[in-house]
Design a protein around this ligand. Structure first.
Ligand code: CA2
Length: 155
């Protein structure tokens, strides 16, 4: 079965606990369950990981690159949180791993503070979904599956 990695970065473990006006009321567990259901509807499975540590996210992207190369992974849905706006290392990891990554943001970062307008990840991403709340994860999953099926149509 085709697999996707759902990778969440710093502070996303706090989802649903504060700032509902920005991020909604769903917890991270709710978001992961939403992703699991969306993937299953498309005949896929998900692996979910959240970390507050940049190096853990880098290692996960490297591992995803190896799995993609081996045909065991379709791609990565990545909400890198604030590392989006700071991390050249994540940019390099996405480029180096050569795995399709869809960058997701729950909020519309472009309608927020100027320091959130720049993303180091966008130039390396296969696609970007911004401002659709947690539904953005579902849109990203659908985008990755459609992309994979376009590249390798079923016989
Ligand atoms: O909109 C997004 O998804 C963000 O990636 C969320 C990040 C923020 O730094 C990015 O600019 C945009 C923040 C992660 C969640 O932080 C929380 C803090 C308190 C309560 C709930 C979530």
């Amino acid at each position: 079965m085709s697999k996707l990695l759902i990778l969440n970065g710093p502070n996303l473990n706090l989802l649903g606990q504060r700032e509902p006006a920005l991020y909604g009321t769903d917890t991270l567990a709710d978001v992961e369950a939403l992703c699991r259901r969306a993937a299953e509807r498309l005949g896929c499975s998900v692996e979910c990981l959240q970390s507050n540590h940049e190096g853990v996210l880098l290692d996960a992207i490297h591992e995803a690159g190896r799995a993609f190369k081996a045909g065991a992974l379709l791609g990565v849905v990545l909400n890198a949180g604030a590392y989006t706006h700071t991390s050249v290392a994540l940019h390099d990891a996405i480029k180096g791993a050569a795995v399709p990554v869809v960058e997701v943001h729950i909020s519309n970062v472009h309608a927020r503070e100027p320091f959130r307008h720049h993303s180091y990840l966008s130039p390396a991403a296969a696609g970007i979904v911004v401002g659709f709340g947690v539904d953005g994860y579902v849109l990203a999953i659908e985008g990755l599956v459609r992309r994979a099926r376009r590249a390798a149509p079923a016989p």
